[in-house]
Write a protein that binds this ligand. Structure first.
Ligand SMILES: *[C@@H]1O[C@H](CO)[C@@H](O)[C@H](O)[C@H]1NC(C)=O
Ligand SMILES: *[C@@H]1O[C@H](CO)[C@@H](O)[C@H](O)[C@H]1NC(C)=O
Ligand SMILES: *[C@@H]1O[C@H](CO)[C@@H](O)[C@H](O)[C@H]1NC(C)=O
Length: 300
């Protein structure tokens, strides 16, 4: 008994404090809305003693906090698209993606013991995807790898991707479907890539992709991908022509080089022979001139 009374005495200030404090609640602190629709950020005064509590709404940014409702009126642009609802809740019409973020409802109740209370509402705005950008190679040789890309950047939550060939949806892995048993591709629905490890003739077709999330979907235009046979005979012919040309050039260079060496040898031979000539003395006197003349004649 004594213990019970003591406990009550200890708790009394806490209870008093709770009873006299202004209290806020919300029907939803994580509202989710589609872009261009209306949303209510719910903030309800669940207890207060004050007749005229002061109400404020702020948008809490990463860098700065701005007023939405202050001094009994909507601030700035908010005047055009927001109103108070049921005294404290904030109604926003035509929400855009820029409106996502945390909003704080603050109430100051001067007659309450604990005069202030606040509650944070985290607004999520879902955005429909726009038409994705698709990249499809126009023509690919049989047996080569190929990658098709599909990407969309507006949608929120991030969209997932589905590829279509001739308006038929492609499975994530060609191996899992008897219809695509002759193909070898995988689809990454998160990144939007369609990858062929080895394209086959049957992979020729019109490709498009759809990006979708829980609020909508959008597709890119169809792109034609053609698969062609490598013409082996043509390639071998081409290689032969190139080889022949290379051979001719090599032979040509070789001959020219040999001629050059022959000429050099001849010249050297002569100059060695020069002193052995009978009229050596005369020759030595006009050595430079003679050598020059010799050289000239060989060049010609
Ligand atoms: C909603 O906002 C968007 C972009 O701010 C604007 O283009 C559109 O006309 C608005 N819709 C309505 C119904 O006000
Ligand atoms: C708001 O909600 C989103 C989605 O649920 C979450 O990713 C984000 O971290 C939340 N922000 C804050 C400040 O709680
Ligand atoms: C796959 O290729 C084989 C042999 O070329 C052919 O008989 C079969 O019809 C093809 N299957 C499909 C689904 O195209």
């Amino acid at each position: 008994m004594a213990l019970g009374r003591w406990t009550l005495l200890l708790l009394l200030p806490v209870l008093r404090y709770r009873i006299l404090a202004v209290e806020l609640s919300s029907q939803n602190v994580q509202p989710v809305v589609q872009e261009f629709q209306n949303v209510e950020l719910s903030c309800v005064i669940s207890s207060t003693k004050s007749a005229n509590p002061r109400i404020e709404w702020k948008k809490i940014g990463a860098k700065e906090t701005s007023y939405v409702y202050y001094d009994s009126k909507m601030q700035g642009d908010w005047a055009k698209r927001a109103t108070l609802h049921s005294r404290t809740s904030l109604m926003i019409s035509n929400v855009t993606r820029a409106d996502r973020g945390v909003y704080r409802c603050e109430v100051v109740a001067p007659d309450d013991t604990n005069i202030g209370a606040e509650i944070n509402i985290n607004l999520t705005v879902h955005v429909k995807p726009v038409a994705p950008k698709c990249r499809v190679p126009q023509s690919v040789p049989v047996g080569k790898s190929a990658t098709l890309h599909c990407q969309e950047k507006e949608g929120f939550p991030e969209p997932t991707y589905t590829w279509y060939r001739n308006s038929e949806p492609l499975p994530k892995d060609s191996k899992t479907s008897p219809k695509f048993v002759n193909s070898s591709f995988t689809v990454n629905s998160k990144t939007g890539t369609l990858t062929f490890s080895e394209v086959q003739k049957g992979d020729t077709g019109r490709y498009h992709c759809i990006a979708s999330n829980n609020v909508g979907s959008a597709q890119c235009e169809e792109h034609e991908m053609e698969v062609y046979d490598l013409n082996i005979a043509g390639i071998v012919g081409g290689v032969l022509v190139v080889l022949t040309v290379l051979l001719l050039i090599t032979v040509g260079i070789c001959c020219a080089y040999r001629k050059g060496i022959f000429a050099a040898n001849k010249q050297n031979g002569n100059s060695y022979k020069t002193p052995a000539k009978p009229d050596g003395v005369n020759y030595i006197r006009t050595d430079e001139e003679g050598d020059f003349r010799h050289k000239s004649s060989f060049v010609i």
